[in-house]
Design a protein around this ligand. Structure first.
Ligand SMILES: Cc1cc2nc3c(=O)[nH]c(=O)nc-3n(C[C@H](O)[C@H](O)[C@H](O)COP(=O)(O)OP(=O)(O)OC[C@H]3O[C@@H](n4cnc5c(N)ncnc54)[C@H](O)[C@@H]3O)c2cc1C
Length: 292
């Protein structure tokens, strides 16, 4: 039996990862899988972990920089409908880890569930958002989580309840291999009120955020009470460029990348921004983006 026996229909070899990331940068995954069922996912993880292969999970790739050299081992993409379901209960949503964040937000607003309207316009999946505890306009996704089902690297399913999870600024305790789904609870609000609030926030976000056609990343964490955007602007770094990668003018915490840019260009620009902010403002920036 080979590593891929029985999984040939869901695993591809040397799959370029750039198209799966918002920066559109990066080399190939040695193995890339899109399982269609939960059982298939579990068996796949057990096979690869049994062979000591590294395993990673990719969501929408909106918080990822993949090195041009690519990654060894397996990358799993939860693209199948099985992992993207959104079910609605009384003041509750059960969302699959692969569900799109904008689907989650739209569902909450339609149902009159307050809070998620503030996450309007954020790219990503529910799983990716929980992994990083994505936040915007004073709320983070961890606020509403009641429980989460995860798959460990050994291929075991575990359920976390509210007490066994913790969420901080841009971090969560949910660091197992796969967040399969999570249940959220909300306060009620009239759907029309939430729709109006969402529309206003969307206008604000659209004014500063790169368009969906642009390759982009949201780069650094805020530091204490200081927004990373303000720090980068105060250091005079708006518009700074390395190769095809540039600090965005409208909000300098975004980097945009021309097609064909390299991971090295992004890494060099990250290093340049960090060192200039440290030198000019005596503040150490930390990246929010995950680097593979
Ligand atoms: C234009 C733009 C604007 C943004 N604005 C904001 C913002 O306002 N606030 C903010 O907090 N972030 C923001 N981000 C960052 C990004 O949108 C979020 O971090 C998003 O939640 C990442 O989700 P993803 O599915 O794309 O994760 P990915 O980038 O695919 O993965 C990120 C990490 O999460 C892990 N992961 C993904 N899915 C799962 C899963 N199901 N189970 C376990 N681990 C998983 C991956 O392994 C990886 O380590 C922005 C990004 C862009 C490009």
């Amino acid at each position: 039996m080979t590593l891929l026996s029985g999984f040939e229909h869901i695993v591809r070899e040397k799959e370029p990862l750039a198209p799966y990331t918002r920066l559109n940068i990066g080399g190939s995954a040695e193995y890339f899988a899109e399982p269609t069922t939960r059982d298939e996912l579990i068996e796949l993880v057990k096979r690869f972990s049994g062979e000591d292969q590294s395993i990673r999970l990719i969501g929408s790739g909106s918080n990822l920089l993949v090195n041009d050299t690519g990654v060894n081992g397996l990358v799993i993409h939860l693209a199948a409908p099985e992992f993207s379901q959104i079910e609605v209960g009384e003041n509750r949503i059960l969302a699959g880890g692969g569900a799109k964040l904008n689907h989650f937000v739209a569902t909450a607003v339609r149902e009159g569930f307050a809070g998620p309207e503030r996450l309007v316009g954020l790219p990503g999946t529910v799983g990716g958002a929980l992994h990083n505890n994505t936040n915007a306009h004073g709320v983070d996704i961890g606020t509403w989580v009641q429980s989460a089902e995860v798959l460990t690297r050994a291929g075991e399913i575990k359920k976390h309840n509210k007490e066994s999870m913790s969420f901080g600024y841009r971090q969560s305790s949910l660091n197992e291999l796969v967040i399969l789904n999570a249940e959220f609870a909300f306060d009620s609000e009239a759907s029309e009120v939430l729709t109006k609030a969402m529309q206003k926030l969307w206008i604000v976000r659209r004014a500063s955020q790169p368009t969906t056609e642009q390759n982009a990343a949201y780069m650094f964490k805020d530091v204490g009470g200081d927004l990373a955007s303000d720090l980068i602007e105060d250091a005079g770094l708006k518009g700074t460029r390395v190769g095809g990668v540039q600090v965005c003018d409208s909000d300098p915490n975004y980097f945009t990348a021309e097609f064909g840019s390299s991971s090295d260009d992004v890494l060099k620009l990250i290093a340049m921004v960090k060192s200039q902010v440290a030198e000019r403002l005596d503040v150490n920036l930390e990246t929010a983006i995950q680097i593979w």
